[in-house]
Write a protein that binds this ligand. Structure first.
Ligand SMILES: NC(=O)C1=CN([C@@H]2O[C@H](COP(=O)(O)OP(=O)(O)OC[C@H]3O[C@@H](n4cnc5c(N)ncnc54)[C@H](OP(=O)(O)O)[C@@H]3O)[C@@H](O)[C@H]2O)[C@@H](O)CC1
Ligand SMILES: Nc1ncnc2c1ncn2[C@@H]1O[C@H](COP(=O)(O)OP(=O)(O)O)[C@@H](O)[C@H]1O
Ligand SMILES: [Mg+2]
Length: 282
C-alpha cells in the first residue's frame, strides 16, 4: 500500500500555458439534485468550477436553477428532463453523477440513459445515489466508459459490495471491485476518516490528510466535484484522482487550523489559491 502525499500535487498541477482556452481544460456535466437535495449538486458543481474545469454544466431538477445561478453564474444549467441532455452527455469529457440524485424511477432511468450512452473517451465519476442505484440493479453498471471512478462512503460500499463495514478489508474490497467491474478500468475511492483507493490493476493507496472537522454534509459532494474538475483538465487517469483526494483533505486541514467545523463550501473557496501554490512549485 502507498501513501498519498503532497508530492502528487506538484506532479499533477501544472502552470497553464498562455496559448490555451476553456476548451483545453475539459467539459464536465454533473447530474443530480432532486427537489430535496439541490445543495448536493450545487456543491459538487462549485467544487468542479473552483478546481479548474473549463466548462461546467449541471443537469438537475428545475427547482434548483435559481440557487445554482445565484451562487455560480459560471455554471450552465439543463433541466434533467430535457431531451437535449442525451446530446450533451455524448459531448462531455467527464460526467459526475449521483449527488442528491435520489433513487426513484426517474433517477433509475437517468442512470440507464447515462450508462447506455457513455463512451470510451469519457470519465464517469459515480457518487452517492448513483452507487445505490447500481447496488439495486446490476443492469446500471456502465461497461463502456474510459475510466470509472466510484466514490462511496462505507455504507454505500456496503450496499454495492455486500461487504459489511467491519469486514471491508483491503483484500475483500479489491476482490469485490473486480467481481462487480470485471473488465472496466475502475478506481474505487472508499471514503472514511482514512480514505483508501483501490484500482482494477490491484494498486492500493491511503490518504494521509484530513480531519474530523470535515465530517459535515456535502463534504463528499465536494470531493466528487474536485475529482471531476481534475480529471476534466488533467486527464482521466489515476494521478489526477489521487491529487484531487489529497487536495480536498489538505484544504480541510488548512481550514481546521482556525475553524472547529470545516464547511465544504469553504474548501471549494480556497482551492484556486492552493492550486496556484502547487503549480508554482512544480
Ligand atoms: N445539502 C445536500 O443537498 C446534501 C445532500 N446529500 C445527499 O443525500 C443523499 C443521501 O446520502 P447520505 O450519505 O446522507 O445517506 P446514506 O447513503 O443513507 O448514508 C448514511 C448512512 O450510512 C451510514 N454510514 C456508515 N458509515 C458511514 C460513513 N463513513 N460516512 C457516511 N455514512 C456512513 C450512516 O450511519 P449513521 O449516521 O446511522 O451512523 C447512515 O446510516 C445523497 O443523494 C447525497 O448526495 C448529502 O450529500 C448531504 C448534503
Ligand atoms: N473524521 C474524518 N476525517 C477525515 N475526513 C473525513 C472525516 N469524516 C468525513 N470525512 C470526509 O468527508 C467526506 C464525506 O463524504 P460523504 O459521506 O459522501 O459526504 P456527503 O454525502 O455528505 O457529501 C469524505 O471525503 C470523507 O473522507
Ligand atoms: Mg456522499
Amino acid at each position: 500500500m502507498s501513501e498519498i502525499t503532497a508530492k502528487i500535487l506538484t506532479k499533477v498541477i501544472k502552470k497553464r500555458p498562455s496559448n490555451s482556452h476553456k476548451g483545453n481544460y475539459g467539459r464536465i456535466l454533473l447530474i443530480g439534485g432532486n427537489e430535496n437535495y439541490g445543495g448536493a449538486i450545487i456543491m459538487a458543481a462549485e467544487a468542479a468550477l473552483n478546481s479548474g474545469a473549463g466548462l461546467i454544466s449541471v443537469a438537475t431538477h428545475p427547482v434548483n436553477l435559481n440557487a445554482l445561478h445565484a451562487r455560480n453564474p459560471e455554471v450552465m444549467f439543463i433541466d434533467w428532463r430535457d431531451r437535449n441532455l442525451l446530446n450533451l452527455i455524448t459531448k462531455m469529457d467527464v460526467i459526475v453523477c449521483g449527488p442528491g440524485l435520489g433513487t426513484n424511477s426517474f433517477a433509475h432511468q437517468m442512470m440507464l440513459t447515462l450508462c447506455q450512452n457513455v463512451s470510451s473517451n469519457q470519465t464517469l465519476v459515480l457518487d452517492a445515489n448513483a452507487l445505490d442505484l447500481i447496488a439495486q440493479d446490476s443492469k446500471l453498471i456502465p461497461t463502456s466508459a474510459g475510466l470509472i471512478v466510484l466514490t462511496p462512503h462505507q455504507m454505500e460500499w456496503q450496499r454495492l459490495s455486500q461487504i459489511r463495514i467491519p469486514y471491508q478489508t483491503d483484500s475483500a474490497n479489491l476482490s469485490a471491485l473486480k467481481k462487480i467491474f470485471p473488465t472496466q478500468n475502475v478506481i474505487l475511492v472508499l471514503k472514511s476518516n482514512r480514505t483508501h483507493v483501490y484500482t482494477s490493476t490491484n494498486e492500493i493507496f491511503v490518504n494521509t490528510s484530513g480531519n474530523p472537522g470535515m465530517a459535515t454534509g456535502g463534504m463528499g459532494d465536494t470531493l466528487a466535484g474536485i475529482i471531476g474538475g481534475f480529471t476534466a483538465q488533467f486527464g482521466g487517469t489515476l494521478d489526477p484522482v489521487l491529487a484531487a483526494i489529497y487536495l480536498h483533505s489538505l484544504a480541510g486541514d488548512k481550514i481546521a487550523e482556525t475553524d472547529y467545523v470545516v464547511r465544504p463550501t469553504k474548501i471549494s473557496a480556497i482551492l484556486p489559491q492552493l492550486m496556484n501554490h502547487y503549480a508554482n512549485k512544480g
